[in-house]
Design a protein around this ligand. Structure first.
Ligand code: 5AD
Ligand code: SF4
Length: 495
C-alpha cells in the first residue's frame, strides 16, 4: 500500500540539514503563535490523510524526563499527521528515545538496534534515534549503525516530522540520506507544546531543561545543554488545564529542578503556585540538587497540604574527597545538616537518594564514609549505581576509572544489602497506620491487585476484591504488611 508522507514539499536547504518548508506546528497553547510563526492549530479536517497514514512506533528508555520528552514527540508528530502504533511489526517508522547516563542504558539501545536490522531487511523502514544518545554519539551512531536514518537530540524535536519525511522520501528514491539535528539550544523549553500524555493520574511538567552543574561523572550537561527555565505563567496555566482534564497529581521535572529561576520566581514560589491550582491533590518534584534547598523551599514543602512530604536528595557519595572530585559542591557534613533541617521541620518526611559506588579513585575509606552516611541517615530508599565512565565528561578526561569492576560490584552490593534492610525497617514503621493512597492502576504482578502510592511515593498494593478501586481514586487504607519495596494494605478496621 502506498504510504502518504504527511505532505509533499520541495526541500529547502537550511544549514546542515535539508528540510521541507514547515507547514504546521505542534499543538499550541491557546493564544500563542507557533515556533515558526506558522498558522495556529491546524483544523483536523485539513490534516486528514487520504491514504494510510505513516505509522510510528516509539520506545522510551531512561528517566522521567525522557518519558516526558516522548509525550512531546508524540504531540509534535501527531499534529503533523503521523499516527502511533504499539506494534513494532506494523510500524513504518521506529523511534527510540534514548538515555546515555550509564553504559548499560547505552548497551540496551545498541541491542535494540541490532534487533531492528532484520526488520529493516524485510521492508521499508525508517529508524530514528532520539534523545541523549543521539546527541552524544552522533558520529558513532551514523558510522557504526548504517541502519539509523534519523538522529534528533533533545532540543531538536520540532524538526523531527520533517527529518522523518525526508528520510522516507530518500528511501523511496533508493537513496540513503541521513537526517541529523543535534544542535543544542539555549532557549528551547517546548513551552507551547501540549504533551500527548499516556497516564491519566499523574502529569509531568518539565519546568526547566538542561544543567549547568557539570558534575564530573555526568553526561547530561553535554547531551541536554544549558540550564533554562520555562515561564511560570505558562506552567501554572498548564497545571490548570491538567486539573480540568482530571489529573490528580503533577510532577514538576527538571535535570536540576530546584535551581528553577525565571525573573523573580524561584522554585519555592513556582511549586506553591502549582499546588494552589484547584483540583490537583498531589504535587511532587524531581530531580533536585542538594545545593538548592533554601529554607523557603523546605517551608513550602512542609506547609503546603498538597505538596507531598517526600524529597529525593541525590547525595552520590559520603566522602568529601570524592564529592570534591565529583564537583558536587557540598560536603558530608552539609548533607547531614540539610537532612537534620528537613527532619526538624517534618519528622516523618520520606527521603530517598542516589549513590554512585566505585567512582574514580574511591578508596575503602571513601567507601566507608558513604556506607556510614547511608547507615546514619536511613533513607527510605536509595538508587545505587556502579560508576560508569561516560565519554567527554570531566571525569573521563581527567581521572582514571581505576576501581576494578569486581570491587565496584562488591561495594554496591554492600550498599544494596544495607539499604534493603533499612528500607524494610522504614516500611515496617507504617504497619497498623492508615494512609491516603492515590490509585494508579493494577499491580504489575496481578490484575486482581490494585496499586497506588502513598504521599511519600511508596508503592502500596491491595486486593481489589476487598477494596474495589479505579485510577485516580484517593483511598484511605490500613497497612498490614511491608517488604523493603512495598506496603500491603486493606480496608481500615471500623472502630
Ligand atoms: N555512572 C553512574 N551513575 C551515574 N549517574 C549519573 N551519571 C552516572 C555515571 N556516569 C547517576 C547519579 C544520578 C542518577 C540519575 O544517575 O546518581 O543522580
Ligand atoms: Fe548530572 Fe550533576 Fe546536572 Fe544532575 S546536577 S544532571 S548529576 S550534572
Amino acid at each position: 500500500m502506498d504510504k502518504i508522507l504527511p505532505w509533499d514539499a520541495q526541500p529547502i536547504n537550511q544549514g546542515h540539514i535539508t528540510m521541507p518548508p514547515i507547514r504546521s506546528s505542534a499543538l499550541l497553547l491557546p493564544g500563542r503563535s507557533s515556533y515558526n510563526d506558522a498558522p495556529m492549530i491546524k483544523p483536523l479536517e485539513m490534516m486528514k490523510p487520504t491514504i494510510a497514514p505513516t505509522q510510528v512506533h516509539l520506545e522510551t528508555f531512561g528517566c522521567q524526563m525522557n518519558e516526558y520528552d516522548s509525550e512531546l514527540v508524540r504531540s509534535l508528530m501527531k499534529q503533523d499527521g503521523f499516527v502511533f502504533t504499539d506494534e513494532r511489526e506494523r510500524a513504518d517508522v521506529i523511534l527510540m528515545n534514548t538515555c546515555a547516563i550509564r553504559e548499560n542504558a547505552h548497551n540496551k539501545v545498541y541491542k535494540h538496534l541490532s534487533e531492528l536490522k532484520k526488520l529493516k531487511r524485510q521492508r521499508p523502514l525508517v529508524i530514528g534515534v532520539l534523545g541523549c544518545m543521539a546527541q552524544n554519539l552522533k558520529e558513532e551512531l551514523t558510522d557504526i549503525q548504517p541502519l539509523v536514518d534519523v538522529l534528533a537530540g533533545p532540543d531538536a524535536y520540532r524538526q523531527l516530522p520533517m527529518l522523518i519525511r525526508n528520510a522516507m522520501l530518500s528511501q523511496a528514491e533508493g537513496e540513503d540520506q541521513k537526517g541529523i539535528a543535534v544542535d543544542l539550544s539555549e532557549y528551547e523549553t517546548y513551552h507551547d507544546v501540549i504533551p500527548d500524555r499516556n497516564d491519566k493520574v499523574n502529569a509531568w511538567i518539565a519546568v526547566m531543561r538542561g544543567c549547568d552543574n557539570f558534575c564530573s561523572f555526568c553526561v547530561v550537561p553535554y547531551t541536554r545543554g544549558r540550564e533554562r527555565s520555562r515561564d511560570p505563567e505558562g506552567i501554572v496555566q498548564e497545571a490548570r488545564r491538567i486539573a480540568e482534564q482530571g489529573f490528580k497529581q503533577i510532577t514538576l521535572l527538571g535535570q536540576n529542578v530546584n535551581s528553577y529561576r525565571f525573573d523573580n520566581w524561584d522554585f519555592a514560589r513556582l511549586i506553591t503556585a502549582v499546588a494552589d491550582v484547584p483540583g490537583i491533590e498531589r504535587v511532587r518534584f524531581t530531580s533536585p540538587h542538594p545545593k538548592d534547598f533554601p529554607l523557603s523551599l523546605l517551608e513550602a514543602v512542609v506547609s503546603h497540604p498538597r505538596i507531598c512530604k517526600q524529597i529525593h536528595l541525590p547525595l552520590q557519595s559520603g566522602s568529601d574527597r570524592i564529592l570534591g572530585l565529583m564537583n558536587r559542591t557540598y560536603t558530608n557534613n552539609e548533607c547531614r545538616t540539610l537532612v537534620d533541617r528537613i527532619r526538624t521541620l517534618q519528622a516523618d518526611i520520606v527521603l530517598s537518594t542516589d549513590i554512585i559506588g566505585g567512582f574514580c579513585g574511591e578508596s575503602e575509606e571513601d567507601f566507608a564514609e558513604t556506607y556510614r552516611l547511608l547507615e546514619d541517615i536511613r533513607f527510605h530508599s536509595a538508587f545505587i549505581f556502579k560508576y560508569s565512565e561516560r565519554k567527554n565528561t570531566i571525569a573521563a578526561r581527567k581521572f582514571p576509572d581505576d576501581v576494578p569492576d569486581s570491587v565496584k560490584t562488591e561495594r554496591v552490593t554492600r550498599l544494596f544489602d544495607l539499604q534493603r534492610n533499612i528500607s524494610y525497617e522504614r516500611n515496617r514503621e507504617y504497619l497498623k497506620r492508615t494512609l491516603p493512597i492515590l490509585v494508579e492502576g493494577d499491580a504489575k504482578r496481578s490484575a486482581a491487585q490494585g496499586m497506588g502510592k502513598s504521599d511519600g511515593n511508596i508503592t502500596v498494593i491491595w486486593d481489589k476484591s476487598a477494596v474495589p478501586s479505579k485510577p485516580g481514586d484517593m483511598l484511605s487504607l490500613a497497612i498490614y504488611d511491608a517488604s523493603s519495596t512495598t506496603l500491603y494494605a486493606e480496608r481500615p478496621p471500623i472502630n
